[in-house]
Design a protein around this ligand. Structure first.
Ligand code: TYD
Ligand code: MG
Length: 469
């Protein structure tokens, strides 16, 4: 066959192809990354030829959905309760999980602990392009993993980033679980132009994902995300994998929050479970320890009265209720515009709640700068936090402290009404178990909830709490 060559333009950052040169890549947004690349038409011709040949031979088989085996049940326990929780009940076979996070957050630690704890008799391959075998052994010793002889024997370590070497080992070892640390260290001779670039990472990750899917194994792949938000790397992998987990840390340096060194594992995407669940860990001498009893984790230990500006919210994080201290501070605005400083609760929500307070209670907040924080550095996205947020702001602005033993949940609508929230009875129960004597919230829809002070609008709620007439 005569070799024909034609030219295309390929982005050296993400691998996107265009027939014409462009200044900016429409896929990844990078500038001046298109390079002229020759495509070998002979290869393409051969591909399409083989396709027509196979077409004439056999038609790909379809299956009625009713006879397909449900994949459920083919999960492996990770041996780490908090990880199972975010994954949706264990590691799904034939699946790929991306673990992203800033350097130093604990990705390698998590993978090594997982290698030791995973509940399988099969073999575990830990591929490290970051640490040497010696360093990994030191880390395992430090984590106290070496004590368990059985698990130590089943873990195979391979220190390389070369896809060809990894594939050779995969076919020889046939592991049930493959851990790769990290995606950014992978490279392959067939992976395209720029070594170490996004292209290479995508190509190698895709090959590894294909391998585990064909061999009934599971893959965990770490990826660094930097503070500056260079997410082009891991982001391009998100669509390829089944589950994306991001590791976050609370801000220990923050003046108000950060009582404990917590790490949160959040699912940004999960084909096999909900993305509401978070895994909570603390990092200590023995590595990551799961925090199952999260009840008091986000409360500040205090004796006696609460200071003004503090309210305790009972919010849902996936399937559990957590109690979080919401802190607010209002000071006269420095500029002509009032500003909201809140990174743990969406600042749009803070603005809406303060507008509702101003309108329905006549509480002047629009000339104030508002600072809002959640203790323990946890990010709260659940709507049930609104009533507690409203009271933290009210208390901060008026200087009137709230009762220390009161927990709050409820959605505040723009009309000043307090709207029902999900699983109210469960929230009240958790708060009562943790020693909260009273609970302020919306009236329950069907049956009365024991221990609940039910309120229907913000005005009457303020009256009830501050006994105003
Ligand atoms: P590491 O897992 O290497 O982070 P990543 O792979 O995400 O870059 O570990 C992160 C940090 O955790 C490191 O600064 C050291 C600390 N650490 C502990 O505090 N205790 C431990 O037992 C281990 C293994 C690490
Ligand atoms: Mg690491």
């Amino acid at each position: 066959m005569k070799k024909q060559k034609s030219l295309i333009y390929k982005c050296s950052s993400c691998g996107h192809e265009e027939p014409k040169w462009l200044g900016r890549c429409p896929e990844c947004g990078e500038w001046n990354t298109f390079v002229e690349t020759a495509v070998n038409n002979a290869v393409n011709n051969r591909r399409s030829e083989s396709r027509t040949r196979s077409d004439s031979r056999s038609v790909p088989q379809t299956l009625p959905l009713s006879v397909v085996d449900p994949a459920e049940g083919s999960r492996i326990g990770s041996g780490i309760g908090e990880l199972d929780r975010v994954l949706g009940g264990g590691i799904m076979k034939c699946s790929a999980v991306l673990v992203g996070g800033e350097p130093g957050i604990g990705k390698s630690t998590l993978l090594l602990q997982l290698a030791a704890a995973v509940q399988t008799k099969g073999r575990v391959l830990y591929v490290s392009g970051e640490e040497s075998a010696g360093q990994l052994r030191l880390m395992a010793d430090r984590l106290g993993l070496s004590k368990d002889k059985n698990s130590m024997e089943r873990i195979e370590i391979l220190c390389t980033g070369s896809l060809e070497e990894i594939e050779t080992v995969l076919n020889a070892v046939k592991p049930v679980l493959v851990l790769v640390d990290s995606a950014q260290t992978l490279f392959s001779a067939d992976g395209g132009s720029a070594p170490g670039g996004v292209n290479q990472m995508k190509f190698c990750s895709f090959e590894l994902i294909s391998w585990v899917k064909e061999h009934d194994a599971a893959l965990f792949l770490t990826a660094h995300v930097t503070k500056e938000g260079v997410i082009a790397g891991p982001k391009t992998l998100e669509h390829m994998v089944d589950t994306v987990l991001y590791f976050e840390q609370n801000d220990k340096s923050s003046a108000l929050g950060g009582t404990t060194d917590c790490r949160f594992l959040r699912a940004a995407k999960n084909r096999f479970g909900s993305v509401d669940e978070i895994g909570i860990f603390t990092m200590g001498e023995q590595g990551l320890s799961p925090v199952e009893d999260t009840g008091r984790l986000f409360l500040v230990r205090r004796e006696g009265e609460l200071p003004p500006g503090v309210a305790t919210a009972a919010v849902l994080e996936g399937s559990r209720t957590i109690l979080v201290e919401i802190q607010a501070l209002t000071i006269p605005a420095k500029g002509s515009m009032s500003r909201v400083f809140s990174d743990k609760i969406d600042s749009g929500r803070v603005s809406r709640v303060s507008a509702a307070l101003e309108k329905h209670l006549g509480l002047r907040l629009s000339d104030q700068d508002l600072y809002v924080n959640a203790a323990g550095g946890i990010r709260i996205t659940e709507v049930g936090v609104e009533l507690a947020l409203a009271f933290a702001l009210y208390s901060a602005r008026t200087g009137l402290a709230l009762p220390a033993d009161m927990a709050i949940a409820g959605e505040l609508s723009l009309t000043g009404e307090i709207r029902p929230v999900r699983r109210l009875a469960g929230r009240v129960k958790t708060a009562t178990n943790l020693g909260f004597g009273s609970f302020l919230g919306p009236a329950a829809e069907n049956q009365p909830v024991h221990g609940l002070k039910a309120v229907s609008d913000i005005k009457s709620a303020v009256k009830i709490i501050y006994k105003k007439t």
